[in-house]
Design a protein around this ligand. Structure first.
Ligand code: KE4
Length: 428
């Protein structure tokens, strides 16, 4: 373990619970301590001991252009010179709203917040306010941030650390959340029949990426749309991870299904704290100051975050980043599939665009139960081998990897060499 990271982690553990400000960073279950980052640029990060890594976490999604892209740094510098926060409407908020509503047709109106959690929390409150109903359907393994009513059978760090149902959430809250197996439309139909006119919304990651990465079965999303429309419930897509990454219009563009509300985050902030939620105008107009659903935030629409997000999204469009991400993703997929074949590793590789996951199970993985059949001990050994060889993958089997437009084909090749070596050592 690099010395400075060890010393920093010891100091951190004295004052920060678990030594981290977010549990997924803790490397728990990996038999090692987290490293501390010194700096990041492009596809690389350097730890405080000068070790360099090719980064496939990308600060959990926001770094779609790689770290510290010049356009984002320049935009933040320029905005900062005019003040870092106003609490007064500023022109950049209008530009961001126009971009989001222009790129995502289902979003007729949008409101900025400061995290993905705030975005999904606001969607749930708005759905309950708009429908006058209390119950919510979510899917096991999907993670929507640390919202009380959604920390039920949750994914990401909650799953990694064995608390898919967090302590501290009153039964009164959790009891209103019905968690169902993903891809099981019959379970959804049965739930609607058992709770006619009582379901405010279904919320889901249209492409679940917080229990590793897996996909909706053909027709599943369209069937959810139909069920919600029939019963008068709202369909909420949590696109905090997939928004603007899997396509310009997100997963809803890829699958051609129009949700009533969408939660966004990560990429739209260019690395600064941003979330957003939006959807049909008649629903969004229920929000204060127009309507009875209250939602607010001191730093919402913050000028630095808006400047960073606008610069990132505009650059992504200018360079047609989605094409680059698909090319790089396909290269990594082919090389990884070859490595799995050559080493005869029981593993399943999933990818869409720049998002990918290697499950250490012979699959199939179509829901949380499938993901949980992965061999976590093998994942830990694979992760450590890659890290020591200079490749940083997400530190949990129940997360997703991200490629950026800053990754180069030779770095993907190097990554594939390391992956092949790591898989080979697993069978020794
Ligand atoms: P934040 O509150 O962390 O900005 O967003 C919550 C959230 C909501 N919805 C989805 C689909 C998400 O993936 C997330 C956050 N993702 C995790 C990584 N799987 C963030 C990393 C962390 O918790 O530190």
């Amino acid at each position: 373990m690099p010395a400075h990271s060890t010393e920093l982690f010891a100091r951190a553990c004295r004052l920060i619970p678990g030594g981290v400000n977010s549990p997924v960073r803790a490397f728990r279950g990996l038999g090692r301590e987290p490293f501390f980052v010194e700096r990041a640029a492009g596809a690389h990060i350097w730890d405080v001991d000068g070790n360099k890594y090719i980064d496939y976490v990308g600060t959990w999604g926001p770094a779609i252009l790689g770290h510290a892209p010049a356009v984002v740094i320049e935009a933040v510098r320029d905005a900062a010179g005019r003040g870092v926060s106003f609490g007064i409407p500023n022109p950049l908020e209008v530009e961001m709203a126009e971009l989001i509503c222009g790129w995502v047709p289902s979003i007729e109106k949008v409101r900025m917040v400061n995290s993905g959690t705030e975005a999904t929390m606001s969607c749930v409150r708005l759905a309950r306010g708009f429908t006058g109903r209390d119950k919510i359907i979510k899917f096991e393994g999907c993670y929507h941030g640390h919202v009380d009513s959604l920390l039920v059978h949750a994914g990401s760090g909650a799953l990694t650390h064995g608390q898919p149902d967090s302590a501290g959430v009153p039964e009164a809250f959790a009891g209103l959340t019905i968690a169902l197996p993903f891809n099981n439309i019959e379970a959804v139909r049965k739930t609607f029949r058992a709770n006619p006119g009582e379901i405010a919304a279904i919320i889901l990651e249209p492409i679940p990426a917080n229990a590793g990465l897996y996909f909706p079965r053909p027709g599943f999303l369209a069937a959810l749309r139909e069920e919600c429309t029939r019963d008068g419930a709202l369909l909420i897509f949590d696109e905090v991870m997939t928004g603007f990454r899997v396509a310009r219009g997100g997963a809803q563009e890829v699958y051609g299904v129009r949700p009533d509300l969408t939660a966004l985050g990560k990429v739209i902030g260019g690395g600064l704290p941003v979330g957003a939620f939006g959807g049909r105008a008649e629903i969004m107009d229920q929000l204060s100051p127009l309507g009875p659903v209250y939602q607010a935030g001191t730093l919402s629409g913050n000028p630095l975050a808006m400047a960073a997000g606008l610069a990132q999204l505009r650059e992504l469009e200018r360079i047609d980043g989605w094409k680059t991400l698909e090319t790089l993703g396909a290269q990594l997929e082919q090389a990884t599939r070859d490595a799995i074949g050559e080493t005869k590793t029981p593993a399943v590789f999933h990818r869409i665009g720049s998002m990918f996951c290697l499950f250490f199970t012979d699959g199939p993985v179509t829901d949380l139960a499938g993901a949980r059949r992965s061999n976590l001990e093998k994942f830990a050994r694979f992760f450590s081998h890659c890290l020591e060889a200079g490749v940083y993958f997400a530190p949990s089997q129940f997360e997703t990897g991200f490629i950026s437009t800053a990754h180069r084909p030779d770095e993907i090749e190097e990554t594939a060499r390391v992956v092949r070596e790591a898989l080979a050592q697993l069978s020794r």
